[in-house]
Design a protein around this ligand. Structure first.
Ligand code: PGA
Length: 230
């Protein structure tokens, strides 16, 4: 299975060096680990043992785009994967579905694998508009992309991210079935408060191809317990 570790905006260079050594000691039990550090820590993740992802990418190429990091720079730091449209970027940086589409195209051109994050808010879940919201995120995110085969989808209900609340298995299954209807061959990850305690329940869902972990990514010991149970 794929286990992607989203460090978010955590760990200074100094802290990351220790953390990375701990991570390298982990027994991966044949799972594919993708480490997604904050940008400044990417060059420090220099072992071939763990694949590297970026938390975002510029929609533009090399050039006069202050504050951006482009695909060529990511490639040169051995980045193979990139999150697109994580809910925190949708919320705080106003990344739109159209932006996710542009970023995916830019990534595919340079053969970096996009991980398109989709998810509904608590309000959208409660007022029963979540299905339309998720379908729109998929359709608009993938519009006019000829070959979507390499793209990974991560379903992360926003109300579950960092809250300790996870959807029940029926809720996860329902969404995975909707995604599979549109994208039958896509790899789909689950993200949102997944941890070493709830993995026994989550792993009963056969449609899940892997996990995107935030909080747990920062705790190598607990991550080891998670991997042992996976
Ligand atoms: P969490 O974060 O595991 O801390 O809920 C997941 C994510 O935001 O990718």
């Amino acid at each position: 299975m794929i286990v992607a570790l989203n460090n978010k905006s955590n760990l200074t260079n100094t802290e990351f060096k220790d953390y990375y050594q701990e991570l390298l000691k982990i027994d991966r039990n044949n799972h594919d680990i993708i480490l997604i550090p904050s940008m400044l820590n990417i060059p420090l993740a220099n072992s071939d043992e763990l694949k590297i992802g970026s938390q975002d990418v510029s929609s533009f190429g090399m050039g006069a785009y202050t504050g951006e990091v482009n695909t060529k720079q990511l490639l040169d730091s051995n980045v193979e994967y990139c999150l697109v449209g994580h809910s925190e970027r949708r919320e705080y940086q106003r990344v739109s579905n159209s932006d996710t589409n542009t970023k995916i195209k830019v990534l595919l051109e340079d053969k970096i694998i996009p991980i398109l994050c989709i998810g509904e808010s608590k309000e959208e879940r409660d007022n029963n508009t979540y299905k339309e919201v998720l379908i729109k995120q998929i359709q608009e995110g993938l519009v006019n992309i000829k070959d979507i085969s390499s793209i990974i989808i991560a379903y992360e209900p926003i109300w579950s991210i960092g809250t300790g609340i996870i959807p029940n298995n029926g809720q996860v299954e329902e969404v995975f079935e909707i995604i599979k209807k549109f994208l039958p061959n896509q790899t789909i990850l689950y993200g949102g408060s997944a941890n070493e305690e709830n993995i026994d329940e989550l792993k009963k869902i056969s449609l899940i191809d892997g996990y995107l972990l935030g909080g747990l990514s920062l705790k190598p010991n607990k991550l080891q317990q998670f991997l042992n149970r996976l």
